[in-house]
Design a protein around this ligand. Structure first.
Ligand code: NAI
Length: 327
């Protein structure tokens, strides 16, 4: 199992690479970035775990060398938010970075599972899909937008109400997109069920939708969530790898191209957009099936979904247009 991290020297890339290096599920770990990989690689290579670590810069065909033979490619490359910025403000820089990295994937390891962390996820995943389509190698079951941090935040923040000792024991589906009001946590479907007083539900939903802002503000210009994102990115990567290795029953919400995933076409028609996050059953070929949870949402959640769908459409069109209108 070879995993590659693109953007490995960054705030997310470093702790994510550390967690991947420590995982016994990974045999080879390749680190790619435009700066800093020799240092990060030397440092991680002293850890006495299974994975063999190699590092590459852009020079000397580094991207191709890093990606050769990759099974999983995780992408936290690009600029993060500063106070006052939305994820969409990152589009101008990150769109080109993701396009170029995915072009490398299409040429070098088109069958790899691609996990996109770079924001705005609502647009960068459509960009990745279009690049793979253009190259004739798009497999929707292998492309994921990582929205796990929203799930992790929902689990954590609801603990203040449930007082459950281990917050990760409460499963809460989070659907839609990964930005502000496109993030729709479905507390009505929590397992085990949680009883949230009416006056607390609205603030809780808002906190999940805008939890990233708390970190951006607290860091005061030094970036956005990195450590919690590294944890979430590792958790999702580990789930994909475990499912690929044959473990059954692994379900994780993820932002995917729904018409290409079993059960996803009907959901795409219902929500009116093709890229959307729902709980996905993972398996050896990636996204095995999409779970339609829409019929069970509460009336409050229905209203949240209306706002989500409206906002998502523009972000998806922007991502698709970025690739289809460029030469
Ligand atoms: P950072 O600035 O600390 O690190 C980004 C890294 O990407 C840097 O090391 C930089 O050199 C590298 N990079 C830039 N251009 C590159 C290229 N062409 N190829 C390879 N590497 C390149 O940023 P941070 O905090 O690690 O965030 C990275 C991205 O993740 C941002 O877009 C951020 O918005 C996003 N993010 C996504 C979350 C999610 O839930 N999906 C949560 C938090 C952040």
């Amino acid at each position: 199992m070879k995993a590659v991290v693109c953007g490995a020297s960054g705030g997310i890339g470093q702790p994510l690479s550390l967690l991947l290096k420590a995982s016994p599920l990974i045999d080879e770990l390749a680190l790619f970035d435009v700066v800093g990989t020799p240092g990060v690689t030397a440092d991680l290579s002293h850890i006495s775990s299974v994975a063999k670590v190699t590092g590459y810069l852009k020079e000397d065909d580094g991207l191709r060398k890093a990606l050769t033979g990759a099974d999983v490619v995780v992408i936290p490359a690009g600029v993060p938010r500063k106070p006052g910025m939305t994820r969409d403000d990152l589009f101008n820089i990150n769109a080109g970075i993701v396009r170029d990295l995915i072009t490398g994937v299409a040429e070098t390891c088109p069958k790899a599972f691609i996990l996109v962390i770079s924001n705005p996820v609502n647009s960068t995943v459509p960009i990745a899909a279009e690049v793979m389509k253009k190259a004739g190698v798009f497999d929707p079951k292998r492309l994921f937008g990582v929205t796990t941090l929203d799930v992790v935040r929902a689990e954590t923040f609801v603990q203040e109400i449930t007082e459950e000792k281990d917050p990760s024991k409460t499963v809460i589906p989070v659907i839609g997109g990964h930005s502000g009001e496109t993030i729709v946590p479905l507390f009505s479907m929590a397992k085990p069920a949680v009883d949230i007083p009416a006056d607390k539900l609205g603030p809780l939903v808002k906190r999940v939708q805008f939890g990233g802002d708390e970190v951006v503000q607290a860091k005061g210009g030094a970036g956005s969530a990195t450590l919690s994102m590294a944890y979430a990115g590792y958790r999702f990567t580990r789930s994909v790898i475990k499912a690929v290795k044959g473990e059954k029953g692994i379900i994780e919400p993820s932002y995917v191209y729904l018409p290409g995933v079993e059960g996803g076409d009907a959901i795409a028609k219902e929500v009116g957009v093709d890229f959307f996050s729902v709980p996905i059953e993972l398996g050896p070929s990636g996204a095995e099936s999409a779970q339609n949870v829409l019929s069970s949402v509460s009336s409050e959640e229905k209203q949240l979904l209306e706002v989500c769908k409206r906002d998502l459409k523009g972000s998806i069109d922007k991502g698709v247009g970025f690739v289809t209108t460029s030469p």
